[in-house]
Design a protein around this ligand. Structure first.
Ligand code: SF4
Ligand code: SF4
Length: 182
């Protein structure tokens, strides 16, 4: 259950990501270097502090966790070696596991579609990604013209490419937290 304040948030996140968010001393180097900060509703250094304060509902319902591009600039800049990108990823996973309605539904749909493609084929594949994304985002007829041009120029392959050992990939998904629901 999600509550506004959750004292266990920091511990759960640390168990999942291995990151000690409490060592953040709010120097803001992460936020200063983040290329997506201009669009975020919570800046990376604010996310770190709010984890310690147990502000679960605000964090999991934020746009920031979906807008983060996992570029790892913040993690590279942090003087305390906190993998902030990993923390963002952990919060995204937590939001999915808790069934929180995403603040950025189209990005969440893309996230889910991408993982569905990996689970099916073991590598990224455009047909599954495009099909799943269009169904989940309900934008079935957008970009049809562009899609036709890309198909004609063979920029998109109709048949998905797969890895040899697809069972191994499924085992990884089964063994991962929340992976079985993907
Ligand atoms: S990983 Fe996310 S939070 Fe960190 S700099 Fe990149 S976009 Fe910003
Ligand atoms: S760079 Fe590291 S120590 Fe500085 S505010 Fe960001 S997370 Fe905290």
């Amino acid at each position: 259950m999600i509550t506004g304040l959750n004292a266990g948030l920091e511990k759960r996140l640390e168990a999942d990501t291995g990151q000690k968010v409490r060592s953040c001393y709010q120097c803001k180097k992460c936020s200063a270097g983040c290329p997506v900060a201009f669009a975020m509703d919570l800046l990376p250094h604010e996310v770190m502090r709010m984890v310690v304060y147990g502000q679960e509902a605000r964090l999991l319902g934020s746009s920031t966790i979906w807008l983060c591009a996992s570029c790892e600039t913040c993690s590279t800049r942090c003087p305390n070696e906190i993998d902030i990108a990993g923390v963002m990823d952990g919060l995204r996973r937590m939001a999915v596991d808790e069934g929180v309605i995403p603040a950025e539904p189209e990005i969440a749909a893309f996230h889910k579609s991408f993982l569905a493609g990996i689970k099916l084929a073991g590598k990224t594949n455009e047909p599954v990604l495009i099909g799943a994304y269009k169904a989940l985002s309900r934008r079935v007829f957008d970009d049809l013209g562009l899609g036709a041009v890309m198909l004609a120029k063979r920029k998109i392959k109709l048949l998905p490419r797969t890895v040899k050992d697809r069972r191994a990939v499924r085992r990884i998904f089964r063994g991962s937290k929340g992976g079985a629901r993907m």
